[in-house]
Design a protein around this ligand. Sequence first.
Ligand code: BV8
Ligand code: ZN
Length: 250
Amino acid sequence: MPQNIQFTRTLLDHLRSVEKVAVLTGAGISAESGVPTFRGENGLWKKYRPEELANFDAFMSNPSLVWEWYNYRRDLISGIQPNPGHYALAELEPMYRSFTLITQNVDGLHRLAGSKHILELHGNIMINRCISCGTVASDVQGPQDTDLPHCECGELLRPDVVWFGESLPERELRLAFDAAESCDVFFSIGTSGIVQPAASFPLVAKQNGAYVVEINVEETVLSSHMDETVFAPSGEVMPQLVRRLNEVRD
Ligand code: BV8
Ligand code: ZN
């Protein structure tokens, strides 16, 4: 039975009166959909080393291993659905004049849940891109067995995600900073706050006067900087928050 979450009067009053809300999500918001996180107990980085898999040099030195890992994750993701936390964020969006959902996740679950204004900072795992000419192929599966997917130009295809050491997409990064700098309330949901530059957004929001709320099942490096932290699963917290806000509006 989900626990009854307590929200402060300050947060509820803010959310009933402000115009601009921004959200940063990480792997934690997809955990209740069955997607493993990166740094939790059975996190992906526990079994694999990111240096060996989520960077360009690793890919070029062993494309089959990296494709094997991404296919394993694609299989994991293709069978799952958004959870109540994703749906609650989609419900929240039209309640504000300006609502920006910044995600580090590559699983596409926010779009599937109906969110519209999404900034995918780290790309999308279901899309392939040519390492040379940049052609994007969204319906191509990775290699089965040994053959690696190639572009018409003859070069290798890679998953269209941002690897360590690679810069984030210009447009998404700029819009994310704009949102963090100008919002009235900023949520950090289900992220350990370790990966840069994404982890800087809650602090940018705070520095620009936003009321910053963290929703996580455990303390993170961001917690001490937050105005409010709700320690509970986002799939329970977010639907209850939306319900509380709707109560007032009826
Ligand atoms: C860049 C995509 C520069 C691929 C990912 C110092 C040393 C070395 C390197 C650096 C450094 N400082 C900065 C860097 C660079 C590096 C970095 O940040 N390294 C870290 C590890 C220190 N950053 C980069 O390389 C970035 N690029 O900086 O470029 C540059 C500049 C100009 C020109 C050229 C280059 C690129 C970063 C992107 C890397 N790509 N993934 C893929 O997915 O395969 S990172 C990976 O981590 C995922 O994208 C993931 O989204 C991201 C962040 O992880 P989280 O989402 O936070 O997940 P995590 O498991 O950590 O935490 C989950 C949380 O959820 C936990 O807190 C848990 O408690 C909570 N939770 C669990 N269940 C629930 C829950 N919360 C709520 N409810 C629940 N039910
Ligand atoms: Zn090509």
